[in-house]
Design a protein. Sequence first.
Length: 149
Amino acid sequence: MAALVTLLVHQRSNQALNAKNNAILAFTHASDQYNYYQSKSIKEDVYTVALATSAHANAALRKVVDHERDSKAEVLAGAKKYEQQADADDERSERFIRSYETLEIAATFLEVAIVILSISTLAGTIVLPAIAAVSTLIGIGFFVAGLPV
């Protein structure tokens, strides 16, 4: 049982790391999209100033200004989508970490029970197997508590 719980502990650890990596990746994509949005806004402003200071109306500049204004809303929506995904991945990682920590406690109690039971066979007492049984029950309780993610 202790070996099985330890295996699950390592699996939860890997799941937490994977979810955290996904969150970091999504945060990076969101940051890139926000930077792209800002560059489109700056480009729109520069061309708007150029259009306003121009002596005559320039259709090509107006077209660029309109394109930057219209296309940046989609970029902003993409950035917000990545940010929401990053928040969800980060929360998922936190759930895996809490499960990992609870399962780690379960594995510790189960391993302590094994050690106490081994000592009881050498010592030949009745009290130590009872303590091992209690430690096992506590370990099983933490195991069940740590299963949900």
